[in-house]
Design a protein around this ligand. Structure first.
Ligand SMILES: [Zn+2]
Length: 176
């Protein structure tokens, strides 16, 4: 379920761009804002900034949501900076950022193969998980999306990277 509020109430046809990348099944989502920067007819390639709130109320649920987001948007997101857990978080339990896997952090030891993959893509998502007050009805997760891929996301060159799970694992290992 998705609550758009007044977002795109005047031009609801633009909602499709966010729906291309946002997993809406199994979630109650409220769209706080969505700004289209550059429209593209290609799936998932419209540049946009969006902020949503949804009912993922635990760190595990956040991970699941991010996986769904990756699946829906045909992207792979990596952690560049470790997530922050807040001890006895009163306002925030967990926060973090994920960047597109076409933005490879230079470690000096990256295998040469990864240089082809690195387009320095500016796409990223950041999130803040608030303490859950009422499971089932709350929207604890605040999720910000910056979708501006500078490469194709729906096939060909880009998709081949999705199959190289070993490489992806190597990257995860580097930043864990
Ligand atoms: Zn990208």
């Amino acid at each position: 379920m998705i609550d758009w509020g007044t977002v795109f109430s005047k031009n609801p046809e633009k909602r499709k761009y966010l729906l291309e990348i946002l997993p809406t099944e199994n979630y109650n989502i409220k769209v706080l804002s969505c700004m289209i920067i550059k429209e593209s007819p290609r799936y998932g390639e419209t540049d946009l900034l969006a902020e949503v709130q949804l009912d993922a109320c635990s760190p595990d649920a956040v991970e699941n949501f991010i996986s769904s987001f990756e699946e829906k948007s045909f992207t792979t997101l990596n952690t560049h900076v470790s997530d922050r857990f807040f001890e006895n978080g009163i306002r925030t339990v967990l926060s973090g950022t994920r960047v597109c896997h076409h933005n490879v952090k230079s470690t000096g030891s990256s295998p040469p193969k990864q240089e082809n993959k690195d387009t320095n893509c500016p796409s990223q998502c950041s999130f803040k998980l608030k303490p859950c007050k009422k499971a089932g009805t709350c929207k604890c997760l605040c999720f910000k999306i910056k979708n501006c891929h500078n490469h194709v996301v729906d096939g060909g060159d880009s998709l081949k990277w999705h199959n190289l799970s070993k490489e992806t694992k190597d990257i995860c290992f580097c930043f864990s």
